[in-house]
Write a protein of this length. Sequence first.
Length: 159
Amino acid sequence: MGSHLADVHDHLRQELDQVRDLLEQVKRGSMTAGAARAALNEMTMRQNNWTLGAYCAAYCSMITQHHRLEDRAIFPHMRRADPGLVPVIDRLEREHVIIHEVVEGVDRALVGLVAKPGDVTELQEAVDALTDTLRSHLVYEEQQITEPLSRFGFFPGQA
């Protein structure tokens, strides 16, 4: 069970790296918007979205869904299974709120990009903040709950 968490997180990291790489290529002018859209079409998270903004929105939605599952099902189970994990779970839940705020910042930056086409400054800053916040969170979560997840499973009776 614990290794499954790392697999999900690795997928989040890989997709985040791809978004960042496409953004950089478009900024440098080494990739056209059409080519970036084609590359986005090849990503597993694309969910039939054809623009950078729609892709980013879908990615942010997936992060939110992942955290919602943890907050509503996995973390309450972990609290009951091992009271010593309560401080870790509390921190992870607080970080989920912060990440949600950062995701909202990406959304606002995407709206700003519509108003100022070609000016990716705000979007770059928002994606940088998401990258730093999310990567730090994923590392901490893996360090702290991979082993307990292997012992207790994601849900009662699953281990």
